[in-house]
Unconditional design. Structure first.
Length: 269
């Protein structure tokens, strides 16, 4: 491996981002690329080190926003309570997810943990989506409406919760025909099926693929893998790694990763 790329390897960035940075290096001068990426490291890394050694990991994430009255909820299992320090945490440090999340997301858009928080966040995101979605192509608006028709809340969707549709891959096959871009990600590395993303302008990306049992999985991401977003995408991944393993969606973060997904059933036709 060339010395100039060893940094990306050592930080644990997944191969897709690594490949994008190499592929698009001609679009950015090397000095700008490395200075901006180092800025990301300097900005985010100290947040982990700032956590006090006496802190404890967040004991419970007790409320699933899918259970609130708006929109109608589906009967799903509650969010599993994290019980261990996130993988990759500095030795001797007990990190508290809530504190890390607040430092990474000072606007307070971490996943809601109470009924009142859930209602406020759902209202906020509904308003933001109402302003952004009308500018999307009809086919992309229909995808978002189709997802919500399965009982998905605005909060779970735009916070990037990881979801699996028990559909034998039907949604995957349809979505990949909607001008989807091939992707590589850290999800389901043992599955060789090509992953894709839909690029939702001024919102983010919808990453999707197939699980090992051929069902469709998806999650919203804050930034797409487009060349102009390469550094922002790296920053999102570093937040994921340093923030306790929470997904980074377009309008907030979620503990519902591919390790604790939300399962959905397709609408009856």
């Amino acid at each position: 491996m060339p010395d100039k790329y060893r940094f990306f390897h050592k930080t644990g960035l997944y191969p897709g981002t690594y490949a994008q940075i190499i592929k698009y290096q001609n679009a950015y001068s090397r000095s700008v690329l490395f200075s901006l990426l180092i800025t990301q490291v300097i900005t985010v890394a100290p947040l982990v080190l700032a956590a006090g050694s006496g802190d404890t990991f967040e004991e419970s994430l007790s409320v699933n926003v899918r259970d609130i009255s708006v929109p109608p909820a589906s009967a799903l299992a509650p969010i599993p309570a994290p019980t261990a320090v996130p993988a990759g945490a500095p030795a001797g440090k007990n990190l508290e997810l809530r504190n890390i999340s607040e430092m990474l997301d000072p606007a307070g858009h971490h996943y809601p943990k109470g009924m009142e928080q859930a209602r406020r966040e759902e209202t906020r995101i509904r308003g933001a989506a109402a302003n952004k979605e009308p500018a999307l192509p009809d086919q992309y608006r229909q995808v978002l409406e189709e997802i919500r028709a399965m009982g998905v809340s605005y909060t779970d969707l735009f916070h990037g919760s990881h979801m699996i549709i028990r559909d034998e891959g039907a949604h995957y096959e349809r979505w990949r025909l909607l001008h989807a871009f091939p992707r590589i990600s850290s999800h389901y590395r043992n599955v060789k099926t090509q992953q894709y993303e839909l690029r939702l302008k001024n919102i983010g990306g919808l990453l999707f693929g197939k699980t090992s049992d051929e069902n469709t999985w998806f999650q919203m991401e804050a930034h797409t893998s487009a060349p102009e977003n390469a550094l922002l995408h790296v920053g999102d991944y570093m937040k994921y790694k340093l923030g306790g393993g929470v997904n980074i969606g377009p309008m907030g973060e979620s503990p519902r990763t591919d390790q604790s997904p939300i399962f959905l059933d397709p609408p009856q036709r």
